[in-house]
Write a protein that binds this ligand. Structure first.
Ligand code: CAA
Length: 281
């Protein structure tokens, strides 16, 4: 301690993970496909930190020191790190390719973690020469705010790797929860069918977008309604997770709603594209 941590993917999740890792004192190498994507991720972190300074949660000096611990790393080559956390797109081929690249680029001792929300950790581990040192580290969005990290053990994940990752998540100020490697883990096994069912309720005309979200917000005390939350997560990601549940359990109860498929086909991914169940400026 402190560790050197590579974060692969500088999007919503990756930049959040880079921020909390640097805030916990670690040196972060932030990677994405282009310098521009990394710069965008860093700009998001700067915006969050500016707000924290304004609110008096951290000092201006601490902000400068924190940002100094994050370095842009445009290539996955010669990464002398203790841990790599992959937070790329929720697509199996992309993640397999990244795990092979990380396996080649990092020292043998390094742990390879994925922030996947539903892809098998066992499968990612099997693509490397270190399935024992492969694990799931599933942060929630927005990463700086949400307490939970699901720690997912693949079938071959070693106890040492589990203990290291669990302790690190706690040191980052999060509450780690151990789960086993089955489709959707716990978080999305429970959350995504609820969101999918809300989309069915809309599709079948049971209620409007506003009605469905208001029922769940005021009736169940959820901070956001399920349709707003789906927009916030990304409808493409929601569909990818439903497909993993549907294929993984071969059970029709997980069939993705046709309306969800149609929105994704239209490119209406939610907040990040400006349109989903709601429209965004
Ligand atoms: N980054 C950093 N901080 C953020 C943020 C972001 N993207 N969004 C909000 N915040 C902070 C705000 O700065 C604010 O902090 P202060 O109180 O210090 O000002 C605080 O969070 C509350 O924000 P707001 O007052 O603007 O809004 P809110 O009270 O509605 O809270 C929320 C926002 C925390 C996002 C809340 O709406 C919420 O909890 N929503 C549900 C989130 C959720 O379910 N996440 C899990 C998604 S599933 C997932 O991530 C995993 C998966 O596999 C799909």
């Amino acid at each position: 301690m402190p560790y050197r941590i590579a974060v692969v993917g500088a999007g919503q999740m990756g930049s959040g993970i880079a921020q909390v890792a640097a805030a916990a004192g670690h040196d972060v190498l932030l990677n994405d496909r282009t310098e521009d994507l990394i710069a965008r991720g860093v700009a998001g972190i700067e915006k969050n930190l500016a707000r924290s300074v304004e609110k008096g949660r951290i000092s201006a000096e601490d902000r400068t020191a924190l940002l100094g611990r994050i370095r842009a790393t445009p290539r996955i080559e010669n990464l002398d790190v203790d841990l790599a956390i992959e937070a790329a797109t929720e697509a199996l081929e992309t993640k397999l390719e990244l795990f092979r690249a990380l396996d080649a680029a990092t020292p043998e001792r390094a742990v390879l973690a994925s922030n996947t929300s539903s892809i098998s950790i066992t499968l990612l581990g099997a693509a490397t020469r270190r399935p024992g040192r492969t694990i799931g580290m599933h942060f929630m969005n927005p990463v700086p705010v949400m307490q939970l990290v699901e720690i997912i053990r693949g079938i071959a994940t070693s106890q040492e790797t589990f203990d290291f990752t669990h302790a690190l998540a706690a040191q980052m100020g999060k509450t780690p929860v151990e789960v086993r490697d089955f489709p959707g883990f716990v978080s999305n096994r429970v959350l995504m069918p609820m969101i999918n069912e809300a989309i069915y309720a809309l599709y079948e005309g049971v209620g409007s977008v506003e009605a469905i979200d208001t029922v769940m917000k005021l009736g169940m005390n959820h901070p956001m309604g399920p349709l707003q939350l789906a927009d916030f997560i990304g409808l493409d990601t929601c569909l990818a997770i439903m497909n993993v549940l549907h294929d993984g359990f071969a059970d029709s109860k997980y069939r993705p709603c046709p309306l969800l498929r149609q929105y994704v086909a239209a490119g209406w991914y939610g907040k990040k594209t400006g349109r989903g169940f709601y429209t965004y400026a």
